[in-house]
Design a protein around this ligand. Sequence first.
Ligand SMILES: [Fe+2]
Length: 305
Amino acid sequence: MSVQSLQHYCLAIPDLGIGRKFYEDFGLEAEDRGDHVALRCAGRNQDQVILVEGAVRQLHHISFGTNESSLISIRKEIYKSGTQLVDPPNCVSQDGLWFRDPEGALVNVRVAESAPWADAPKWQINTPGHCIRKGVRGGPPRDIVVKPRRLGHVMTFAANIQRQEEFYTQVLGLCLSDRSQDIVTFLHCAGGSDHHVIAFLSDAKRGFHHASFEVANVDEVGFGGRHMIAKGYRDGWGFGRHAIGSNFFHYIRDPWGGMAEYFCDIDYIPAGTMWEAQNWPAESSLYLWGPDVPEDFPVNFENME
Ligand SMILES: [Fe+2]
């Protein structure tokens, strides 16, 4: 009984054209669907971001996928927790269960599988004692076009991250990967997934912090970030490496104060692994190395115009 994948997230934003352009510049492919815009990764048959119109930028909902029998169990767990199902929104596909989490954020669980994503060529890295790339140049061309392969995870703000951790593990069957004090908590899928498919960062109120997209390798993390800055977008933070989850990262600010992250090389937790969740010290909560954390990195811009 658990959700098995992160399917998509949906943002309400004041201007669909500006939002569409941001994510297209980020490397996703957009499709207008009348009252909303859907964005996908090249070569992947799955909506990853949905943009709907709203007066201010807000996280509209997050959608998880599971199978039919787990959906029945999750429905029971939702009722057991005292949570009410709500009517699905009109603007997007209404499949599955819709409810609000303890922070009041809209969540959807539907019967859906993760679509396969486009493979990247195996990255050949020479390291001391392991010279595996011989007679071939390693650096990519300067003008590579970075196209994310898939949505990896979403991080949201929550007023009570402990309560979120309990709800998402008990009701949706997610598992704790790691946490850092009362700052942040990371959850993965029981059936095997990245180190985190959802994470919660502590703040006075709920909100959207960032969503993260996998790219082929470290070069694409670096180039993706530089290309977005060259296009006039604000640097969010990077290039660096996280301690929790181990992924390399570069964050770019979206036009409304949220962020999109390029990542590669995240830890993977297979089903049945004896993964021991750690409570990391605060200094490791956000990163292992990289530029100093920008002052506004943990600021919640939700509901602000
Ligand atoms: Fe992230």
